[in-house]
Design a binder for this molecule. Structure first.
Ligand code: PMP
Length: 383
């Protein structure tokens, strides 16, 4: 089958793999053991990777710490702030269409006394700034809103949210897992306090990610408690021996993604997405979800009215790998919380496909996908 599910994960880039290889068998040292050459080489590689990634984000290297991925980073950001700051207040604001790594963490903290406001999106999937302003109280310690949505590809007004949070002296966190490498993220100009990301969405290895924490004049602005305690690595914020090859691969992946952003490659992906979307919209029964003005260039989320969704997807999946109405856990048959929040019925949510294109997607693949969808949609239309 052709692969149009790059928001789920991406293949590791060959250049990323090559960059990682020396750190498995030759430079295998522990980055924390700087007494010998092996440890020193590993340490140097990690610090160079940190510089590269922080640099791409417009941040200082000491502000970026490595984790096992965005799920862990979101847990660390949210739990870490709540545990460090809940003497100031216990209120957190988020959106109801965040990734489960955020929502399940907040639900869990509600058991520890957190009060959470879950903001519904506007019908086009965009973020409701006025609703957010109305929720702010003196008890609010954190606002956490994703940079871009993994299911529908909408991009949130992160600069505006960050400035409002700053005006109120509230920490602002953003899950940038799906935005990294797709949009220009600049932490020099945008006052995000905590940003989370993951390597495997940008052609890096699985199981490595990071967390940015704002510093000012060399001091960390964000009061945060570690969630994995151990030997003091990552400024004492995340215990555990560092995944040196993974970290080196992450940095290489960021470098490649930066290049794609600046050389126009991402615009070609957008053209293919538009071609796909226009083709799909020729079908009477199709609607596009998340048509807000700001969207990721490679995502197209469509629902099919009057359609046997289950049958359509099972027929389609033989030839195209895509996500369904339950994007991040397609084994879970309950309708996606994102689509439900947009007002879709359970039935329409079940008849929904998320296409996410990648750097290797070709026009021939898009033509093939369009033909296949047309064929399957005709077979599964309820008349
Ligand atoms: N946040 C978002 C927006 C995501 O799309 C994902 C991956 N589906 C995650 C967090 C979790 O990332 P990871 O797989 O690195 O734990």
């Amino acid at each position: 089958p052709i692969y149009l599910d790059h928001n789920a994960t991406t293949p590791c880039d060959e250049a990323v793999l090559q960059a990682m290889l020396p750190y498995f068998c030759n430079d295998f040292g522990n980055a924390a053991s700087m007494y010998g050459l092996h440890g020193w080489n590993a340490h140097k590689a990690v610090e160079q990777a940190r510089e590269k990634i922080a640099g791409a984000l417009g941040a200082q290297p000491e502000n970026f710490i490595f984790t096992s991925g965005a799920t862990e980073s979101n847990n660390l950001g949210i739990r870490g702030v709540f545990r460090a700051c809940n003497h100031k207040g216990k209120h957190i604001i988020t959106s109801s269409i965040e990734h489960p790594a955020t929502l399940a963490t907040l639900r869990d903290l509600e058991q520890e006394g957190a009060r959470v406001s879950y903001l519904a999106p506007l019908p086009d999937g965009s973020f409701d700034i006025d609703a957010m302003k109305a929720e702010i109280t003196p008890e609010t310690i954190l606002i956490t809103v994703m940079y871009a949505n993994n299911e529908i590809g909408t991009i949130n007004p992160i600069d505006d949210i960050a400035f409002i949070a700053k005006q109120h002296g509230i920490l602002f966190m953003s899950d940038a897992t799906q935005a990294l490498g797709k949009v220009d993220i600049n932490l020099t100009t945008c006052p995000i306090d905590i940003l989370t990301c993951s390597a495997h969405k940008i052609y890096g290895p699985k199981g490595v990610g990071g967390l940015y924490l704002r510093h000012q004049h060399g001091n960390r602005v964000v009061d945060i408690r570690p969630q994995i305690t151990g030997g003091g690595s990552e400024q004492g914020l995340r215990g555990g021996t560092l995944n040196v090859p993974g970290i080196v691969g992450f940095a290489k992946a960021v470098e490649l993604a930066q290049r794609e952003l600046s050389n126009g490659a991402i615009d070609k992906v957008e053209q293919l997405r538009d071609k796909l979307e226009d083709g799909l919209l020729e079908l009477q029964q199709v609607q596009v979800n998340g048509m807000s003005e700001e969207r990721l260039p490679h995502v197209c989320n469509v629902s099919f009215h009057d359609t046997d969704g289950k049958k359509m997807l099972s027929l389609l999946k033989k030839s195209i790998s895509v996500s369904t109405g339950s994007a991040c856990s397609s084994s879970n048959l309950s309708p996606s919380h994102v689509l439900t929040a947009l007002g879709l019925s359970d039935e329409l949510a079940q008849a929904t496909i998320r296409f996410s294109l990648g750097r290797h997607t070709t026009e021939a693949e898009i033509d093939f996908a369009l033909n296949k969808v047309r064929e399957v949609a005709a077979l599964t239309l309820r008349v």
